[in-house]
Write a protein that binds this ligand. Structure first.
Ligand code: NAD
Ligand code: DAU
Length: 334
């Protein structure tokens, strides 16, 4: 099976490539990645001779047409993925997440190739902390940020291409991922590497916002489950019942690294900050038989801390620029 993985040099895409090569000898992988600031080609170094890495843009219709024509399956991870960046400058989000997805859909349509679209739970907006409900496949779209609105738009393009052109496509909307090889701009790696670098972790607002954490390997196993057993045209929510508030995550990181649990700063809140995400993944579990393997967030977090401690060469070159960028917008408030 020939699989085209867009965004395969980023966090989730690279984990998908490494895990697929380790578990599926029948799969040949081509990665299409623009190698933006978010990519780290070092992640793929150990498999460089087993994949075809094409450096290019998903919005480049001619390039995408050629690569899609040679694939049996396309898994579309490539995106601008960070909410804070989308608030500073949304333009690349519109270009990559909407125009890039459009270019892929047109190529997939021309060549009748199986397509899986990677998306996020943020398309559903947010929930109150006290709300007893969780997101399901039936929840109405209500995105809050430039990032999540472009992801929502890309999902709607896929749905329209399925209905109008009979595209052989599926969509998955997953909750917050953690694990190795995640860029240090994101919450968990930022706080782990802050503590490792002797800097106090930074919590936005009151620190009570809730995210529904899932290990990246569980996400990627779910993606393969959907590719192999998902119903064409359908959407599946991916989540591992991992709701935790941000303050608890920071306190756990501090504790696991031997620091006082209160050695963090509150900083100015993210504009429009979604309060809570929560996924009900019953459909994926009951219809397709997927189950997460990482059931204990604390031990998954501990393994992730060990990975960052053991791999400073992977993250240190990016740390200073990320912190300089945050310093331009955030202010300590407590
Ligand atoms: P990431 O930012 O770590 O990686 C994105 C990758 O896409 C990078 O390698 C980057 O170079 C590449 N890319 C960006 N623009 C491109 C373009 N125009 N052409 C080709 N390549 C381009 O992102 P991630 O966290 O790995 O997220 C991957 C996907 O999963 C995204 O679609 C995101 O919306 C979705 N998702 C992420 C999470 C999460 O918690 N990180 C949760 C649910 C869904
Ligand atoms: O829900 C899935 C989404 O999860 C994905 O679609 C996105 O691509 C991914 O980036 C992530 O979005 P979030 O905005 O939830 O992730 P982030 O890591 O930026 O922040 C997680 C939470 O932590 C959020 O409530 C904001 C907060 N935060 C973040 C940073 C960087 C802090 O309190 N301090 C920080 O320094």
């Amino acid at each position: 099976m020939r699989v085209l993985v867009t965004g395969g040099a980023g966090f989730i895409g690279a984990n998908f490539v490494l895990r697929t090569l380790a578990q599926r000898p029948d799969v040949e992988i081509t990665v299409l990645d623009k190698l933006t600031y978010a990519a780290n080609p070092a992640t793929l170094e150990s498999v460089a001779d087993r994949i075809d890495l094409v450096v290019g843009d998903v919005a480049d219709a001619a390039l995408v047409d050629r690569l899609v024509a040679a694939a049996d399956v396309v898994v579309h991870f490539a995106a601008e993925s960070h909410n804070d960046n989308s608030l500073a400058d949304p333009s690349s989000f519109v270009q990559t997440n909407l125009v890039g997805t459009f270019a892929l859909l047109e190529a997939v349509r021309r060549h009748d190739v199986r397509y899986h679209h990677i998306s996020t739970d943020e398309v559903y907006g947010d929930l109150d902390l006290e709300d007893p409900t969780r997101f399901t496949e039936a929840t109405a779209y209500n995105p809050s940020s430039p990032y999540s609105s472009t992801k929502a738009g890309s999902d709607l393009l896929v749905r329209a291409w399925v209905r109008s052109f009979g595209l052989r496509a599926t969509i998955s909307n997953c909750s917050n991922n953690y694990g190795p090889y995640q860029h240090v701009e994101k919450f968990i790696p930022r706080q782990i590497t802050n503590v490792l670098a002797g800097v106090r972790p930074k919590l936005y607002g009151d620190g009570l916002n809730v995210r529904d954490w899932i290990h990246v390997d569980d996400h990627n196993d779910a993606v393969w489950t959907i590719i192999e057993r998902g119903e064409i045209g359908e959407t599946y929510l991916i989540g591992a019942d991992g709701e935790v508030n941000n303050r608890t995550v920071v306190e756990t990181i501090l504790e696991l690294l031997g620091q006082p649990a209160d050695a963090f700063d509150f900083v100015t809140d993210r504009p429009g900050h979604d309060r809570r995400y929560a996924i009900d993944s019953t459909r994926l579990r009951t219809e397709l038989g997927w189950q997460p393997q990482y059931l204990d967030f604390r031990s998954g977090l501990s393994a992730t801390i060990d990975w960052y401690r053991a791999n400073p060469d992977w993250w240190q070159p990016h740390k200073q620029a990320v912190e300089a960028n945050y310093a331009g917008t955030e202010r300590v408030i407590g």
